[in-house]
Design a binder for this molecule. Structure first.
Ligand code: ATP
Length: 241
């Protein structure tokens, strides 16, 4: 049985069809790249999976339950977590308090002293061990991204949606980020990765789905998809061929 199933998912904004009849399945434990040029509908797809946008048509299932139509917090409680293209931190709070805010809203909420050990574990998992008391607004860009990931992991997700989480990192940070995402897969978390950094896609994704102007144009093993003539024409460009 698939973990996630999109069936004919469509989103219209007035006269613009941002996502057009998108269908795919994710199997448990897969790490799949969702690729495509700017404006092809990737973030809109993530917004629908996580409940931030209602569908215009189609349906989304998680295991054997339809989740489209549920509010974001109910979808989160069923095991779907995400990061955002623009990091959403609470800058006036400490790193630990930022994670605490996520723990307080999960299905089995934790707060106060009971949350401390969990915060320490989550921060260690993302490479921020021992930094719970540091102000969030003093973090570097990569560390802000790490903190956002810790907030997403606070809900103990089965499915993690990463929206350009590796964008803007230098080569050393990128390598660390790839290793971190790889470690999450080892823990059995299924990951849908919206990403333009092709080195990361090649390193992490066994399978890729490519969108162009709202529609899926390719879906298959990464090497095959990246060599596909239509994908090169629509997204990767002739230099890649
Ligand atoms: N809330 C909205 N209202 C109107 N149009 C929107 C809205 N959100 C997205 N769009 C439009 O839908 C299309 C798809 O946008 P989307 O952000 O999903 O693309 P994307 O593939 O994630 O792009 P990028 O790689 O630049 O993040 C674009 O034309 C965008 O302008």
């Amino acid at each position: 049985m698939s973990l996630l199933r999109l069936n004919n998912v469509t989103k219209r904004f007035g006269g613009l069809t941002a996502v057009n009849g998108l269908s795919f399945d994710l199997a448990e434990g897969e790490i799949v790249g969702l690729l495509g040029p700017n404006g092809s509908g990737k973030t809109t797809a993530l917004n629908m999976i996580s409940g931030y946008l209602p569908l215009s048509d189609g349906s989304i299932g998680l295991v054997d339950e339809t989740i489209s139509g549920l509010p974001p917090e109910h979808i989160a409680h069923r095991g779907v977590a995400r990061t955002f293209q623009l990091v959403r931190a609470l800058p006036s709070l400490s790193v630990g308090e930022n994670v605490l805010a996520a723990l307080a809203f999960r299905k089995a909420p934790l707060w106060g002293a009971g949350a401390k050990a969990e915060i320490d574990t989550l921060l260690a998992d993302v490479g921020l061990g021992g930094r719970a008391d540091q102000p969030a607004d003093s973090l570097t860009y990569i560390d802000l991204k790490r903190m956002e990931l810790a907030r997403a992991l606070a809900s103990d997700p089965r499915l993690l949606l990463l929206d350009e989480w590796l964008a803007g990192l230098n080569p050393t940070e990128l390598q660390a980020g790839i290793e971190l995402i790889s470690a999450l897969r080892q823990r059995g978390i299924t990951i849908l990765l919206v990403e333009h950094v092709m080195d990361a896609v090649r390193a992490l994704c066994t399978r890729c789905i490519v969108m162009n102007t709202g529609s899926k144009i390719a879906d298959g093993p990464t090497a095959e998809v990246l060599a596909d003539a239509e994908v090169i024409r629509a997204y990767l460009g002739a230099d890649h061929a």
